[in-house]
Design a protein around this ligand. Sequence first.
Ligand code: FAD
Length: 504
Amino acid sequence: MSADELEYDVIVVGAGNAAACAAISARNNGARVLMLEAAPETERGGNSTYTAGAMRYAFNGVEDVLSLVPDVDADTLALTDFGSYTVDQFFDDMFRVTQYRTDPVLCELLVRNSLPALQWMRKQGVRFQTSHGRQAYKVNGRFQFWGGLSVEVWGGGPGLVDMLLSSAEKKGIRILYETAAISLIKDNDGVRGVRISQRGQERDLHCKAVVLACGGFESSAEMRARYLGPNWDLAKVRGTRFNNGQGIRMALDIGARPHGHWSGAHAVGWDLNAPAFGDLAVGDAFQKHSYPFGILVNARGERFVDEGADFRNYTYAKYGSAVLEQPNQFAWQVFDAKVSHLLRDEYRIRQVTKVTADSLEALVAQMDGVDATGFLATVDRFNRAVRQDVQFNPNVKDGRSAETSPVRKSNWAQTIDTAPFEAYAVTCGVTFTFGGLKINGSGAVEDMTGRPIPGLFAAGELVGGLFYHNYPGGTGLTSGAVFGKIAGEGAAEFVASRATLPAA
Ligand SMILES: Cc1cc2nc3c(=O)[nH]c(=O)nc-3n(C[C@H](O)[C@H](O)[C@H](O)COP(=O)(O)OP(=O)(O)OC[C@H]3O[C@@H](n4cnc5c(N)ncnc54)[C@H](O)[C@@H]3O)c2cc1C
């Protein structure tokens, strides 16, 4: 046996947010921990690195926000209404957006542990800041937060991964890069280790417990087509190229139980000309999330979703698949000068597929692939349907609707009539997949009979059952933190119990 094989109690597969939280939590509970990362060090951290670091948690008011960001300056505080986002509101959002399918046990753990998990992360060295830039509009001189998100990690996803992994390393946790787990080693007493491929060389690493935290199958075109359906192989991947479903597959191979929405995925409107996988230099800025203030048209020039159905946090994750269903899998977002100041920073990056014009006719002439007659008729019908008796307010669901067929616009409808006009081309960008493994309340992976597989734990994207159809923004990182911490504790406790058993 090599030194590697003898040294560690717990092997954590992955080095994103869920894996780092699991590793730190297992270490804090006394286990000797090794992390395996398929990516080279320069691409470490999986999808977690690509995020803006927005994290959803239940809070009762400004005191809870300050428990995460104690250094908000007095002037900013005086001008800000953080409001609250209660445990009940978080439950309501999870049930509503998942069409009442979220696993009640997992959802309860997620919601109730959300604030404590972020407070725990802070103790592990993660710094937070308020999300004034993305989650609050200034109306009448005051910032008002909306949509249940109030904080993000300092430095976004790269900051999160750096802070967590440097904290892990300070605690003596070793990370092996360019080392992919390819299968699990199991005997009659459960999981005993991992077979790895390290720069093409395969070998076995033994341990007492394994935590799988190595993402979903979003980066595998083959698995997307197989489970999500036709044309999903054509979607662009917003994040890492390393989440190929290997963790899910190796668990299923030893009898783990699949759980959740296997034909569902989080997918957004993403720049039509973005690369096939995420680009860390651009991060999440290929997304185009200001569509609630404009309209979205397909190749026929027709609208196909209610752009103002809800706050963007509650619709963006399902509108990518709506774009995928359109002819040639693209759409254009169209805005006029009345709302251009509301467009998020991502609309002003250099790598953007954008056209502008002083007339709608000149605009559509540049909107590649769009039927001009259909588009002009759509805008005309839309403009005539916009309610003029309700004031536009981006901070609330203002009820300023347009009663159009076949889809209405429920909020924030404004006529598109003021030059200059702008249009942005998007396609479907897949973020992560919803189907995965069934875990119990201790983070242990269950077998087909519902019993925990001894020594196997899981956290993060590859846990199934939380999200169906849709997703409330900022919940992925919180899920990774909550279930990573639980899985780390569960694995450490299992190691301690295994140590007290007679040797096999
Ligand atoms: C562009 C973008 C923006 C996002 N913005 C947000 C946001 O602001 N807030 C939010 O909450 N969520 C956001 N998300 C979703 C969020 O990224 C995920 O929900 C979360 O990061 C998943 O964490 P994870 O640890 O489970 O997976 P990951 O962070 O993807 O980590 C998985 C790790 O496993 C590694 N790996 C894969 N296979 C193997 C293997 N066989 N062996 C060893 N290692 C392996 C990968 O290299 C990676 O390090 C965003 C996602 C993207 C792509």
